[in-house]
Design a protein around this ligand. Sequence first.
Ligand SMILES: [Zn+2]
Length: 447
Amino acid sequence: MSILSHICRSQCLYFARIIGRKTLATLCCHSYRTMSGDNSDEPTGAEASSQSTTSHIPIYESIPDELRSPKLSTSQKNNNDQDGHEGESPLLRETTKRLSRSLDYRQLEDVQKSVQKNGRYVNPWKTFKFPSKLDIMRWMTLTPDNSNVPSKQKLDQTLPILRPNKTEIERPPPSGIRITWIGHATVLVQFDGITILTDPIFSQRCSPTQLMGSKRYRDPPCTIHELPHIHAVVISHTHYDHLDVGTVRLLNARFGNSLRWFVPIGLLGWMNSMGCDNTIELDWWEENCIPEHPEVTFVFTPAQHWCRRGVADENKVLWGSWTVIGPNYKFFFGGDTGYCTVFEQIGRRFGPFDLAALPIGSYEPRWFMKSQHIDPMQAVQIHQDLKAKRSLGIHWGTFTMASEFYLEPPLKVKEALESKQLTPEEFFVLKHGETRLLFDDGMNNMD
Ligand SMILES: [Zn+2]
């Protein structure tokens, strides 16, 4: 009974997230059941999970070499054959070479490992509590929507969209970290010779279908075709505003297997079904790299959140954050999270970070959102827990997903910084499409 009740509650929360709580409240009065089919042309999470034969890419010395490489596509295998190394692909060779460093953070006692119950991941912290049925009803019907997103004309003044300078972002900077905010949780990050894209969404709606669902009120500042070469994409979790089918397909069509996808454990089958063969799925604290850049380490680190795309796939895929460690700079991507003690662990293990991208929006009302979304004050606390030198506020100004005023998140960040006597430079926001170069030692201006 309690499992059934939980499923009902999560269905409500899930559809409210996708189509908006007011629309859901109206539809509930008619036929809730007809809504529950996934109309998209993607497989459901459950189907995709069942396709995932290699649910985990083991990467440590106790694991046989042949299991250390991602599944290769036919074209990759053919290319490898031409390379003259019988049975050994460049990808495998490079990855194996890199893995000889064997950084097994899972062996360490003081970090929170992922926890599963009945085949589904759970949040191991007391700070996560799934809302009750009453809470969901109250949220859907009684909570005022204060977002007040104005007309496009007004938005062009309050949230202007800048076109990224293609020449400026064409390749990673010789020194420093260059960041460009594409919108919501999508950030182009360039440092230590690589270009990364976080939770990319370029579509108009974050929804199973582009016909209905939450629509963006600020367009992406550029197209996928206008992006520079992307070495890696990191995905934090499966919610539609962080993992978008249209965007995955377009990125894969443009970059193919030259682009490596780093995804949470449980998502490999889904990624393969999208044609993304160069995918690495990781559990919390596991790490891997891009074969061409073995000096940069990607670690999947925890977060307090949840996952869902289809009707029956709740929490079959893990959620988390990403820690990217290069020879010169360290970057943290928060994805989507509630506040919990794990950020102190991440700060202890990998801090100080040079730059963190942390969510600052979709937090009201607190009594309902606090388990899954931090508010600006908590974002600044995480900035401190991580020992981040700089943080960029993300997950705001693009989609309406909660009830705070659409311009409130950066104002609240400013207040939080003042209350903690931190400078505004330490935790900042960018305009859509704006680029900023941090920690430049002057080498960028030499030519
Ligand atoms: Zn989410």
